[in-house]
Design a binder for this molecule. Structure first.
Ligand code: HEM
Length: 158
């Protein structure tokens, strides 16, 4: 069974003890709301792909993507809405998705994982989120990113 087959959206994870209890991120749609709902997540994802387009460290992962980023931009926006406890529109629009399955054809090593997370870190930093939510979101995203790297090790070794 792939490592991430049992991956649960961030809203279903147990709360990270480093996050103040009163924030309650991960409960129902608190994370979706903390990210500014659909519009907030749309802005985050736009910013993320702008960094992927611009950062020298991200060239390696930009090259894995199509020239036109508009489809992946829409997909990641809808996916993160669901993953953060918001509406499940990704499935309605694009069908079922498994994160490891969607990346199985890619060779993702430490450099690719770190480049992806760097773009996300820079994008998150520019959003008007509470510092505690920024920290929480980056911690949560690091988990599937590392899972993708691990499940991709077989490809990377070829
Ligand atoms: C670890 C570093 C990562 C890299 C290098 C990476 C790279 C990519 C690439 C190149 C694609 C397009 C694949 C294609 O068109 O064939 C893609 C799709 C996608 N990625 Fe990632 N990704 C990473 C991490 C993540 C994470 C952590 C998430 C979610 C939390 C995510 C969510 C998605 C989604 C939703 C799609 C669209 C899948 C589809 O429609 O097939 N990715 N990724």
């Amino acid at each position: 069974m792939p490592l991430l087959a049992r991956h649960e959206p961030a809203n279903r994870n147990t709360m990270n003890k480093a996050i103040p209890q009163d924030e309650n991120y991960g409960f129902e749609d608190t994370s979706f709301k903390a990210a500014g709902g659909f519009e907030g997540i749309q802005k985050l994802v736009k910013c993320f792909y702008q960094f992927m387009d611009q950062l020298p460290e991200a060239k390696i992962i930009r090259a894995m993507h199509a020239e036109d980023l508009s489809l992946i931009d829409d997909k990641l926006t809808h996916f993160l809405c669901y993953w953060l406890g918001g509406p499940r529109q990704y499935r309605e629009k694009y069908g079922p998705l498994s994160i490891p399955g969607a990346h199985r054809h890619l060779a993702v090593g430490e450099q690719e994982r770190d480049a992806w997370l760097l773009c996300m870190e820079k994008a998150v930093e520019l959003q008007p989120y509470k510092p505690s939510f920024k920290k929480y979101l980056l911690q949560q995203l690091a988990r599937p990113a590392e899972g993708i790297r691990k499940s991709s090790q077989g490809i990377a070794a070829q």
